[in-house]
Design a protein around this ligand. Structure first.
Ligand code: SF4
Ligand code: SF4
Length: 443
């Protein structure tokens, strides 16, 4: 690819608003700007009960591989690798058929958190990304399955795929216009099977509570529906005062949380038991545990490791946020980081994790439903990505067609464009654009 072709391809990706579809929503045109030797497809999908990536690969593998090959061409990578759990033999066989001659599938163990970018890069290449670093620091770029699909599709991102799991009549994976409410995907899954359901966008381990009328963004990979009295809900509802008070009195410093922390096991200077120890001090707790800034928020320490049911993850993240607010950053060390020799043995098997989380009675499947009726209205948040909110380029009352740009990043700002996901008329708010379709008399 010539320099000019590369720039054209990157502008097209930016114009289409492609972002990382694995949660953070990092703008893909920025990620692919750096030359690297290896492009890795992250198909590890390790949030319990989530199946979007497998379903996309089963039904749209050609587009995913097309996008992956395009990412390799743009970055100049000479190697394309897909990390997929070994138990999905049909997905691996399909990928092996579709990948170019030098493409490789690396079968991964069925463990958590095999989809963490740092863990995946280590599993696939044997290289450890340094603390606070990026895959490009070890000559790699990691692309999520839906991101590769969107690259391969080469159109504005107007739809998103997500799994609807847990307490619903028919767990499934759906394709819906960006900006529909979570209540709509619950309907597509046959409705909740419990009264007063709670929704965890993103899943059991790393998800966040959302309301039924909150809009679904481009970066949402799934929603887990739980009864309000489920232990996962109750633990997340504990206040900071509760977890700090109980943590200060009940933590026996056994350090099991550190012993299972995947970033600690990759050789990073993070030790959640030290974060817990700070609860006994009164001053400058965060400065005592600078390694907290490398927490990937996987939640293993809290939901699996701690025998006392304490919350070392939240304590660690609290320090991480304090360090960020203070502008304190880890100074990069020159020596390479090495994973602990026991790392492979300290992964948490998915089956055990599902049981431990109290999810064993839910269906662990998510077949893809492609068809859904267009909604009467969508709500498009201006911030669905890492960086600054996009700026509207339409006025209230403007008529738009599905695929039209309605907001763009400010010049020079990190961000991604936002597109209308249905035909209709726009209404602007401070942080979002609502598009009302013909069914509501808007167009
Ligand atoms: S595992 Fe629990 S009890 Fe042990 S050090 Fe960590 S927070 Fe404390
Ligand atoms: S959530 Fe806990 S286990 Fe995960 S990276 Fe952070 S400290 Fe380590």
């Amino acid at each position: 690819m010539t320099v000019q072709q590369r720039e054209q391809a990157l502008s097209r990706i930016a114009e289409h608003g492609v972002v990382g579809a694995g949660g953070a929503g990092f703008p893909t045109h920025v990620k692919l700007r750096q030359p690297v030797g290896t492009v890795i497809l992250n198909a590890a999908e390790c949030e319990p009960l989530m199946h979007k990536d497998k379903e996309l690969l089963r039904h749209h593998g050609e587009l995913v591989v097309r996008g992956l090959v395009q990412a390799a061409a743009i970055t100049g990578a000479h190697k394309v690798v897909a990390g997929v759990k070994g138990k999905y033999e049909d997905v691996i066989a399909g990928l092996q058929r579709l990948l170019p001659g030098d493409g490789v599938v690396v079968p991964l163990g069925d463990t958590y958190p095999s989809g963490d970018e740092f863990v995946l890069v280590y599993d696939v290449t044997g290289r450890v990304i340094p603390p606070g670093g990026l895959p490009r620091d070890v000559d790699c770029v990691v692309i999520n399955v839906e991101t590769a699909y969107n690259l391969g599709k080469d159109e504005p991102v107007t739809d998103t795929f997500l799994t609807v799991a847990g307490a619903v009549a028919r767990p499934c994976t759906v394709r819906v216009p960006v900006g529909v409410p979570f209540s709509l995907v619950l309907e597509l899954a046959g409705g909740a099977t419990v009264s007063s359901p709670r929704l965890l966008s993103g899943g059991a381990m790393m998800g966040q509570f959302v309301g039924p009328e909150d809009p679904i963004s481009k970066a949402c990979g799934g929603v887990l529906v739980l009864p309000g009295d489920h232990p996962l809900v109750r633990r997340r509802e504990q206040s900071w005062q509760q977890i700090a008070r109980i943590g200060a009195s009940a933590c026996d410093q056994c350090s099991f949380c550190t012993e299972l922390c995947p970033r600690y096991l990759l050789g990073h200077p993070i030790e959640p038991h030290l974060a817990m120890r700070t609860l006994g001090f009164v001053e400058d707790r965060a400065a005592a545990v600078r390694g907290a800034q490398f927490c990937c928020e996987c939640n293993l320490c809290t939901l699996v490791a701690c025998p006392e049911d304490l919350d070392p993850k939240r304590i660690t993240v609290h320090h991480k946020q304090a360090l960020r607010a203070q502008g304190q950053r880890w100074q990069a060390q020159p020596h390479p980081y090495r994973a602990d020799v026991t790392f492979a043995d300290r992964r948490v098997p998915m089956r055990r994790l599902i049981q431990k989380l109290g999810l064993g009675h839910f269906t662990n499947e998510g077949p893809l439903l492609e068809q859904s009726a267009l909604p009467a209205q969508v709500t498009l948040p201006l911030l669905q990505h890492t960086g600054a909110p996009a700026r509207p380029v339409v006025a209230s009352g403007a008529r738009v067609r599905r695929g039209d740009v309605v907001a763009r990043p400010a010049p020079g700002a990190l961000g991604a464009s936002v597109h209308a996901s249905i035909d209709g008329r726009c209404e602007l708010f401070e942080d979002r654009i609502v598009v009302r379709g013909a069914a509501r008399g808007g167009s």
